[in-house]
Design a protein around this ligand. Sequence first.
Ligand SMILES: [Zn+2]
Ligand SMILES: [Zn+2]
Length: 229
Amino acid sequence: MKLFAALLDLLFPPACAVCRGRLPEREQFLCTRCREKVLPAENCCLRCGYPLSGRMSCSRCLGYDYAFSGACAVFLYQGEIRKAVRRFKYGGQTGLARPFGELMAAQVRSCAWPACEAVVPVPLHPERLRERGYDQALLLARTVAKVLQLPVSSCLLRCENTASQTTLAAKARWNNVRGVFGLQPGVTVPGRVLLIDDLLTTGATAHYASETLLAGGAEAVYLAVLCRS
Ligand SMILES: [Zn+2]
Ligand SMILES: [Zn+2]
């Protein structure tokens, strides 16, 4: 088995998950250049995960009262990262769930959050799932859960199929996702939830997902995303 793995590495040397460049030794997922783009959790807004870059208060979440208690992101959604995320989300490259999920788990570990009881992915609507064939947030959640040794809970449902958030302006995004989430009947909502999504833009989706979880009995929701935009 070891020999087989070594042979595979020789034939297909592991490449950077983002730019597919060469990996330095002892690095599992990112080349040196892409590693530098990982957001330093200690210099990011505790509420929304956006980098503070020396400022005292956050320009991105000012005026928002999110239902989640904290958020962290691995990357800013731009350049090469954005292309890689799109390959993962729309291009069928589901193998990226492992490196991305592991980077998210590491980011969660570097936040001083109280221990969560379960990982909950922000769900896709079943119709969207049929179109795409896979649920990218669920794939990320599974890796995060495995690394952090937590169960994945499927207590959260998306009851309405909404227009994609990507084409909407900020205000419309809030209206678009209000009331779309529900709870799976008969599934207990965990006390402290680690909510997982691929992207955080206005925070509207994560806010309403968190609100639904809190209404269903969760004590607190912490949010981890792959990218912040
Ligand atoms: Zn790279
Ligand atoms: Zn913020």
